[in-house]
Design a binder for this molecule. Sequence first.
Ligand code: NAP
Length: 351
Amino acid sequence: MTKLRAGILGATGAVGQKFVELLEGHPWFEITDLAASDRSAGSQYSEAVNWIGSAPIPDVIASMEVASLNTDLSCDFVFSGLPASLADRAEPRLASEGYPVISNAKSFRMHRDVPLLIPEVNPDHIALINNQNWGRGGYIVTNPNCSTVGLTCALKPLNDAFGLEAVQVTTMQALSGAGHPGVPSLDALANVVPFIGGEEDKLVHEPNKLLGRLVNGAIQAEGIAISAQCNRVPVLEGHLECVSVKLGSRANSDEVREAFESFVSPIRDLELPSEPDRFLRVFEDERFPQPRRHSELGGGMTVSIGRIRPCEVLDHKFVVLSHNTIRGAAGGAILNAELLLKKGLLQPRKG
Ligand code: NAP
């Protein structure tokens, strides 16, 4: 098949770099446009970027020229790794020019007509695209906050099996979640920062949209009471979250584990290239999962769960681990694009 042309906005950032890494050799997409700030525009990618990946920059990308956001793009659709302050205006403008925009920014996640998407959780929500009217066939699809992703992937099987009334979550979030250069080393090293601006609010609201039902073309959000506390810890990649849940109906720990293990991904039969063999991996070893050991499972797309046990305050507690720049950002956005292509919503752009 002819590959679709993908542009990356914010291509020099932590998330942009992950797009570059993950799209190398992708069977359906090829990178044709890289855009970043005026500081980078006009330079070769290898000169503009402070590359933090362990593998070298792919040769074909290293020599590409970085464009500014206002340049005409030759691509069929864009992945956005822009800061929200820019995405607020850039993403609707690109949608109105006919580009599908697949975004990591928070700007439109809670917009009534914009899908907030995790393909294994709510693939049917892509129907919201039909409500959008930016003009010329463009649209916006978003993926959730990087901590919301791991949490919601774990909540989905429990909500389906038992219903959920309340969730209490405490996160330990990796440094890469703050972008590059991110948290100053004197704040980060040998330390924990018990505040991440705006993060707790996202964890309270985004899961309820993701787990909501599509009724007559609109999302009926779930009403789960969620309390979140977010911490930045000196880990490179992988957000670990301690979760307690109050279920809608009684279940014991074995039944909770069984709900995780028997969950069948609704996109299983679509054979999307970025879907991991195992969506959820449940650990028996009570020392696991750990960010350094397990973030990369399933190419960074598997969500790991462990330490399932009764909770003395709510009903059950467990830990969840997900890779923040892969499952929680670039990898999740690429999986979104693959689902959209499979559903006929991504195609070569005319004009
Ligand atoms: P980052 O490392 O700070 O990268 C920001 C990118 O935006 C850089 O490429 C930067 O280009 C570009 N940019 C900045 N100002 C610009 C301007 N005026 N015009 C055009 N481009 C501009 O941030 P990040 O961590 O990659 O995050 C990107 C987005 O993804 C954010 O909305 C963030 O909230 C979201 N997100 C991040 C994560 C994560 O784990 N890091 C996870 C989920 C979602 P220059 O290099 O030229 O300045």
